[in-house]
Design a protein around this ligand. Structure first.
Ligand code: ATP
Ligand code: MG
Length: 327
């Protein structure tokens, strides 16, 4: 049984179009022109309880907009959405108590107060029983190693410490559904890793359902078996991360080490040279032409070593985003 159902979701923002300059401003006073910015344009997917799904796409793809609709912060233009059986934008208290939205770009804690005060406030808002609050808090504080900072003003915390506090605030009512919008943005690599470990552990421990957006492929590779890719408001892919290679990678990568210098011009006949720094070359070739290219390399060039590999997920996704032909 899916806990999240999204069917043909559309969110168009009405954007006021104004011609530049003063004349434009005056003109627009009398005849306002609008156009629709199609942030989400017919997206459908279902997510089962306990899944941790990566929701990825380039800037402006519609990720945050989708998560805001799923959280009930925005009304959609069209479509059907059900989260735990609720329509999010009805904003029923019973629904509010069961999910959380964390935005890495936005501060949800009280800036001038210690994080602990915000936790207590959330405890009241979500009517978390005292014992449960204490237990959850202890667990999270332990897991995220922030006990020493609970009473420090949020504005004095480092970005990483603050993000941890944001997570605790979001989790204090033990939500069944968690929307994480770029939770690792701006963190150093060590802190990113800690966040990932925490998210993974939390997902296992609580069997919560998580949708995660991130521009860091390490987050996606380490955490998400399933990914949903969107671009320009439309769904490009929904499936296992490992399937992306099958679906989008129409090329393979040959890494060659030569035993003697070779002519780069001649090498270009084999495929697209990605890197050439004697004695090593990296060449991209069409998948269907891989064996032929390898055979030609071995016959015509002084090859000391040859490896044939699948392209990196990062590379494929980048190509999918930019819509470039691969080989
Ligand atoms: N309030 C708004 N009014 C008009 N257009 C908006 C508004 N909010 C977002 N948009 C537009 O909708 C599109 C989708 O934005 P959204 O923030 O959902 O993208 P995103 O996938 O989260 O991108 P990013 O990776 O940069 O966070 C963009 O083209 C954006 O400019
Ligand atoms: Mg966003």
């Amino acid at each position: 049984m899916p806990v999240i159902e999204v069917h043909n979701l559309k969110k168009y923002y009405k954007v006021h179009q104004k011609e530049p300059g003063l004349a434009g401003s005056i003109k627009s006073l009398f005849s306002r022109k609008y156009y629709d910015a199609k942030a989400v344009d017919g997206v459908s997917f279902e997510i089962d309880a306990g899944e941790l799904v990566g929701f990825i796409g380039p800037n402006g793809a519609g990720k945050t907009t989708t998560l805001k609709v799923l959280s009930g912060l925005l009304y959609p233009t069209a479509g059907h959405v059900s989260v735990l059986g609720y329509t999010p934008w009805d904003r029923k208290p019973a629904f509010q108590k069961q999910f959380s939205l964390v935005m890495g770009q936005k501060n949800q804690l009280w800036w001038d107060l210690p994080a602990m005060e915000s936790f207590i406030l959330n405890k009241e808002i979500y009517e978390v029983p005292k014992e449960q609050f204490q237990k959850t808090l202890d667990e999270l504080v332990e897991l995220l190693e922030v006990r020493d900072f609970l009473k420090v003003q949020v504005r004095k915390l480092s970005l990483g410490q603050r993000m941890k506090m944001e997570l605790i605030a979001a989790l204090i009512h033990s939500p069944k559904i968690l929307f994480l919008d770029e939770p690792t943005i701006g963190l150093d690599v060590v802190m990113q890793k800690k966040m990932r470990d925490f998210i993974k552990e939390y997902n296992h421990r609580s069997n919560s359902t998580i949708i995660l957006t991130s521009h860091y492929m390490d987050d996606v590779k380490e955490l998400c078996e399933r990914v949903i890719i969107i671009d320009k408001g439309k769904l490009l892919f929904d499936g296992a991360l490992s399937e992306i290679i099958k679906k989008f990678a129409n090329h393979k990568v040959l890494t060659v080490v030569f035993s003697e210098p070779v002519d780069e011009e001649k090498l270009k006949n084999i495929g697209q040279i990605k890197e050439f720094d004697y004695p090593k070359a990296i060449i991209s070739v069409r998948r269907s032409a891989t064996s032929l290219a390898a055979a030609e390399l071995l016959q015509r060039f002084p090859v000391a070593d040859l490896n044939i590999e699948e392209p990196q997920i990062e590379d494929i996704i980048r190509e999918v985003f930019t819509g470039k032909d691969l080989a």
